[in-house]
Design a protein around this ligand. Structure first.
Ligand SMILES: NC(=O)c1ccc[n+]([C@@H]2O[C@H](COP(=O)([O-])OP(=O)(O)OC[C@H]3O[C@@H](n4cnc5c(N)ncnc54)[C@H](OP(=O)(O)O)[C@@H]3O)[C@@H](O)[C@H]2O)c1
Length: 395
C-alpha cells in the first residue's frame, strides 16, 4: 500500500475509533463465545463473483493502464467489512496512481480507486462491535473501483446514509477545508482566486473562502460552470475560454490576489504567482495540466520565483491532505453539519450530461475519467457502481 494511503488510513482509523457525524457504534459488547472467524452476513444477498478494476500496466493513460477483471467476491477478515459499493469517487490523481507515481515500488497488478460509499453486507466478529449488516459506510483506501471491497474497520467512516454527497467530503471537501484553514490565513475582504473552481475540490474552496468573508474569483471553462460558481457565492467567475484571465486580473484586481488555491499548474501557476498581492499566499493543491504527460509535471518557469516572492513578501506553500490528519476529524464533522443545515453545496456529477449518459456500472469509471480530463465535469465526478438494494433485500 502506498505511503499516501498508509497515512490516509490513519485518519480513517481516528474517525472510526471516535465515531463521526453523530453515528454511534451499534454493538458495544462482543460475544466472545463465537469463533474469531465468525462471519456475519445475516442473509444479505451477495453474488459469488464480481468485477473490479486492476492496474495491469503503469501508465497515466487510464484506459491502457487499467483492466476490468471478474473475480470471486472476497471474504472479510475478523476486523474487516465487506462493502457493496454503491458509489465511487473519481479523483484527478487516479491517473497518477495508475502511472505508479504514488509509490514507485508498487508493481502491477494492483487494485484501482481511492474512495467509495456503500452498505456493509458482511463482516468479521471484531468488526461487528462497530457495524452490522445494512449499515452505511464510506471509506478511502485503495481498491474502491470494484463491486465489493473489503475495508478494514480502521479505514472506514460510518455515515448516516448512502448519499453520494458524503463521498464528496472525504477527499475533495477535506482538502479545501484544511488547506484554506491551515495555509490560507484568510481574512475578511481579502481577494481569493480558486482555479478549477467548479470541480470536485474547487467548489468547496469557493464556498469556504466566501464563508470567511472574502471576495472570490473562480476560473472555469464554460458558461454553465460560471453560472454554477455564481450560485455557490463566487463573486467573479471567469470562463477562460471566453475571457483572458491575465487581463481580467490586471484590470479588475490591480492590488493583486491575497490567496490562491491553485490546482492546474504550469502557465496558470505562473500567472497566479505574478498576480499575488503584497504578502499574498499561494497554495499548491495540484498541477492537473501535467498529469497526462510522461513526467506528470507541467513546465514551469520558476527561475525568478525567489525575486518575485521577496519583492512582495509573498509565499508559495504546498498542501497534501495526508500531512494534515490531525485536522481531519474536525473538518469532516464541521462539513457534515454545514451540509445538514443546508449551508454547503456538495455538487455531484454522475455524468447525466455526458454523451453516453449517466455513469452507471463499474466499467463507466473509464468514461468518467475521460470526462474529467476533458474538463466536462461540474462538481465531483461520481460513478454509481451498483443499484440501490431491492425492497425485499436485507439491506
Ligand atoms: N493536495 C491534495 O491533497 C489534493 C487532494 C485532492 C485533489 N487535489 C488536486 O486538486 C485538483 C482537482 O482535482 P479533482 O479531483 O477535484 O478534479 P476536478 O476539479 O473535479 O476536475 C478537474 C478539473 O480541472 C480543470 N482543468 C484545468 N486544466 C485542466 C487540464 N489541462 N486537464 C484537465 N482538467 C483541467 C477542469 O475544469 P475546467 O475545465 O473548468 O478548468 C476539470 O474539470 C487536482 O490538481 C488534484 O490533484 C489535491
Amino acid at each position: 500500500m502506498s505511503s499516501l494511503w498508509r497515512t490516509t488510513s490513519r485518519a480513517a482509523r481516528l474517525v472510526a475509533r471516535r465515531g463521526l457525524w453523530g453515528v454511534q457504534p451499534r454493538r458495544l459488547i462482543i460475544d466472545t463465545s463465537y469463533s474469531a472467524h465468525f462471519m456475519d452476513f445475516q442473509g444479505a444477498s451477495i453474488a459469488s463473483s464480481m468485477k473490479k478494476l486492476v492496474v495491469t500496466e503503469l501508465s497515466p493513460r487510464f484506459r491502457e493502464a487499467v483492466s476490468a477483471r471478474t473475480v470471486s467476491v472476497p471474504t472479510p477478515g475478523d476486523a474487516e467489512l465487506l462493502v457493496r459499493n454503491r458509489f465511487v469517487g473519481i479523483n484527478a490523481s487516479d491517473i497518477n496512481y495508475s502511472a505508479g507515481r504514488y509509490d514507485p515500488s508498487m508493481k502491477p497488478p494492483f487494485d484501482a480507486g481511492f474512495e467509495g460509499i456503500g452498505e456493509v453486507v458482511g463482516l468479521g466478529l471484531s468488526a461487528s462491535s462497530r457495524y452490522t449488516v445494512g449499515d452505511a459506510v464510506a471509506y478511502f483506501s485503495s481498491g474502491a473501483f470494484a463491486e465489493y471491497t473489503v475495508v478494514p474497520v480502521k479505514e472506514s467512516v460510518p455515515v448516516p446514509s448512502v448519499k453520494p454527497e458524503f463521498l464528496t467530503l472525504l477527499v475533495s471537501g477535506a482538502t479545501a477545508y484544511i488547506a484554506l484553514k491551515r495555509l490560507g490565513d484568510l481574512a475578511k475582504d481579502e481577494t481569493v482566486l480558486v482555479t478549477a473552481a467548479a470541480g470536485g475540490t474547487g467548489q468547496f474552496a469557493v464556498q469556504f473562502a466566501k464563508r470567511a468573508g472574502c471576495h472570490v474569483i473562480g476560473t472555469c471553462s464554460s458558461d454553465q460552470k460560471a453560472a454554477f460558481l455564481k450560485s455557490i457565492g463566487c463573486d467573479r467567475p471567469i470562463n477562460y475560454t471566453k475571457e483572458d484571465v491575465a487581463k481580467t486580473l490586471r484590470e479588475e484586481y490591480p492590488k493583486g490576489l491575497d490567496v490562491v488555491y491553485e490546482s492546474v499548474g504550469g502557465s496558470v501557476l505562473e500567472l497566479a504567482v505574478n498576480s499575488l498581492a503584497n504578502k499574498g499566499r499561494l497554495i499548491v493543491i495540484g498541477f492537473i495540466s501535467g498529469y497526462q504527460s510522461a513526467s506528470g509535471v507541467p513546465p514551469f518557469r520558476g527561475g525568478t520565483l525567489p525575486v518575485k516572492l521577496l519583492q512582495k513578501s509573498a509565499s508559495v506553500r504546498g498542501f497534501f491532505l495526508p500531512h494534515f490528519l490531525s485536522d481531519y476529524r474536525e473538518a469532516l464533522s464541521s462539513m457534515m453539519q454545514m451540509f445538514a443545515r443546508g449551508e454547503l453545496v456538495c455538487e455531484v456529477d454522475c455524468g447525466e450530461m455526458s454523451q453516453e449518459g449517466r455513469f452507471v456500472g463499474l466499467e463507466s469509471v473509464f468514461r468518467a475519467v475521460d470526462y474529467m480530463y476533458a474538463g466536462k465535469n461540474l462538481g465531483k465526478v461520481v460513478v454509481e457502481v451498483t443499484p440501490p438494494a431491492g425492497r425485499n433485500s436485507k439491506l
